[in-house]
Ligand binder design. Structure first.
Ligand SMILES: Nc1ncnc2c1ncn2[C@@H]1O[C@H](COP(=O)(O)OP(=O)(O)O)[C@@H](O)[C@H]1O
Ligand SMILES: [Mg+2]
Length: 247
């Protein structure tokens, strides 16, 4: 049965969709069958990041409204990677249990379901959180982003995700800036978020281009190595955290 993981942050633009797509690709490359659900109504990005935006797509609202069945909405991206896209508009009403129902219907067909949350702490987050067993919160190493991640974690807890099943990823980390105390250091981020650290992903200037072209960063880049360590930790492997690996 698929494990269902929410990727959220509260704040926008911190890397949820980027990390969802790279975690998805990396876990799929390891042989597990992965479904990514883009829950971001109106502002979904995974179709572009996964280079399928030019296809005519059904979305999870089409499934929920009975306009199509699940097989006609889920798009295969690569051998083990699949996407359920989000609607490009903001529907007037959305079933509060839409993702509970969708993940239930799909859980036997996948090893892992990752739900890319939208920004904000609202009904969108509630719908996504309700359907997940675990959550990964993404924050950059600054006070505002960490405060938002902490608030999102508190909300997700209300919606049924246990704090023990929550982890934090610090994204776009620049060691030099953190050391010069322009940003929070790693301990500061962990203390202020109240969520256990899962991993740190470095700033990589190639990523914004890679998101909109299909040119991927090299497997040996610090970014990809950081993603791999995170997927190994999700898999239960004991990979020590080390700042030495980050540039
Ligand atoms: N580690 C990183 N290094 C450099 N740029 C990044 C990194 N992670 C994300 N970005 C960039 O940050 C921007 C926002 O990322 P996105 O995944 O869309 O955020 P969110 O889904 O949280 O709104 C994008 O331009 C993306 O390419
Ligand atoms: Mg996004």
């Amino acid at each position: 049965m698929a494990e269902k993981i929410l990727i959220a942050s509260g704040k926008g633009g911190v890397g949820k969709s980027t990390i969802t797509s790279f975690l998805g690709k990396t876990i799929a490359d390891s042989g597990k069958k992965v479904l990514l659900i883009d829950s971001d109504t109106g502002l979904g990005a995974l179709d572009i990041m996964l280079s399928v935006a030019d296809k005519k797509m059904n979305t999870w609202t089409d499934v929920s409204d009975g306009n199509c069945n699940m097989e006609n909405a889920i798009i295969q991206i690569s051998e083990n990677l699949y996407l359920l896209p989000s609607p490009s508009n903001y529907p007037a009403s959305i079933d509060e249990d839409v993702f509970v129902k969708i993940t239930k219907e799909c859980e036997n067909d996948f090893d892992m379901i990752l739900i890319d949350a939208s920004a904000g702490i609202d009904e969108n987050l509630k719908r996504a959180a309700k359907s997940c067993d675990r959550a990964i919160f993404i924050a950059t190493a600054d006070e505002i982003s960490v405060k938002c991640a902490a608030a999102a974690a508190a909300e997700a807890e209300k919606f049924g995700i246990d704090r023990a099943d929550m982890r934090l990823v610090i994204n776009r980390f620049v060691k030099k800036a953190a050391m010069k105390a322009k940003l929070l250091n790693v301990d500061g981020v962990i203390d202020k978020s109240g969520v256990r650290l899962l991993g740190i992903i470095p700033e990589d200037k190639k990523i914004p281009y890679s998101s909109v072209t299909s040119v991927l960063p090299a497997k040996k880049s610090s970014f990809c190595k950081a993603i791999k360590r995170i997927t190994d930790r999700i898999d239960g492997k004991n990979i020590p955290l080390s700042l030495k690996e980050l540039k």
